[in-house]
Write a protein that binds this ligand. Structure first.
Ligand code: RIB
Ligand code: CA
Length: 311
């Protein structure tokens, strides 16, 4: 199975894992990558993404800058995740910086042009806050309907990471997430229910060091950075959304109605996933639109697939 995808990223360490895999896997055609404010500033995200493409030895894939703040503006204590990904958002590995240039188009225009220009079905894979995706859907709804699907890393049916209720990508821009989850487009949610399952440790670092290529050593450096703060193991995170698209046989999911809490209360940014069985005789109100929620993955197989590509 080969797939054509557009990645929307807030590179970040685990976004880098996804980009390395997607750009090195011959079964995936990365049509383009769009950048959004999230883990770190938009400027850092763009620089980091170009740097990762160099480390991947990738071809000249168009990379465009998108939104530099959430739809409703950077509200108050809204933070980034530099404490997780390092001050530059890439474990201190963003230097020296790539000689690649950003595409002159805004992210929304690049997404539109890539979909309209593709003869093959296109999947959109957002792995950061959904600001660019919301802007794209709102600006070009007819082009958005041409998407084969959206497979996003975000949300959770089982509690948050930034707050008790909310996962970071949705929490960072809940209004954008609402627009995406309420769009009626074919949507798959790779959320926290599986996000932490794809674990790697020092043994994987050792194997990557033995491979010794630029991409393998870069991946090893990223893993070791996270192991320093997390201890014995860490997860491949965002990469799992790409693996789920390419290998649906490794995934178990359930179709649920999902609605995003955009209130200003303690639930802000929660993806409320309605897992109740059908019982129209008891109740029939189901908020939100249908979404395929991934609840289980074959983590060992997915980690093995990732290691095989990072050569
Ligand atoms: O909650 C995890 C998500 O937030 C990941 O995409 C990570 O890169 C950050 O963007
Ligand atoms: Ca991310």
């Amino acid at each position: 199975m080969t797939v054509s995808i557009i990645l929307d990223v807030d590179t970040g360490v685990d976004d880098a894992f996804a980009i390395l895999y997607a750009t090195r896997n011959p079964e995936i055609t990365v049509l383009g990558i769009t950048c959004v404010d999230g883990n770190t500033s938009l400027k850092n995200v763009c620089k980091n993404t170009l740097q990762v493409l160099d480390m991947a030895g990738a071809s000249s894939i168009p990379v465009a800058a998108g939104a530099n703040e959430p739809l409703m503006g950077t509200a108050g204590d809204l933070g980034d995740a530099s404490h997780v990904h390092g001050g530059d958002g890439l474990a201190g590995l963003s230097s020296p910086g790539s000689s690649r240039a950003l595409d002159s188009r805004h992210a929304v225009e690049l997404i539109r042009d890539l979909i309209e220009g593709s003869k093959d079905p296109v999947a959109l894979v957002p792995i950061g806050p959904l600001t660019n995706i919301a802007l794209f859907i709102s600006t070009y709804p007819e082009t958005a309907k041409k998407l084969e699907r959206i497979v996003l890393m975000g949300g959770s049916a089982s509690g948050g990471n930034v707050t008790a209720a909310a996962e970071f990508n949705v929490w960072h821009d809940p209004e954008a997430a609402h627009i995406v989850f309420n769009s009626g487009l074919r949507l798959t949610m790779y959320g926290l229910d599986v996000f932490y399952d794809l674990k790697v440790d020092q043994e994987h670092v050792k194997t990557l060091r033995e491979v010794g290529s630029v991409s393998a050593n870069f991946a090893a450096d990223l893993i070791e950075f996270r192991l320093q703060s997390l201890g014995s193991e860490m997860c491949l995170g965002d990469y799992g959304a790409v693996a789920s698209l390419l290998h649906p046989e490794l995934v178990e999911s359930s179709v649920m109605n999902v609605v995003v809490d955009t209130s200003q209360g303690p639930g802000r940014g929660q993806t409320i996933c309605d897992a109740r069985p059908e019982a129209p005789e008891l109740y029939d109100f189901r908020a939100g639109k249908e979404c395929t929620v991934i609840l289980k993955v074959d983590a060992d197989a997915m980690v093995k697939l990732w290691m095989e590509q990072i050569r």
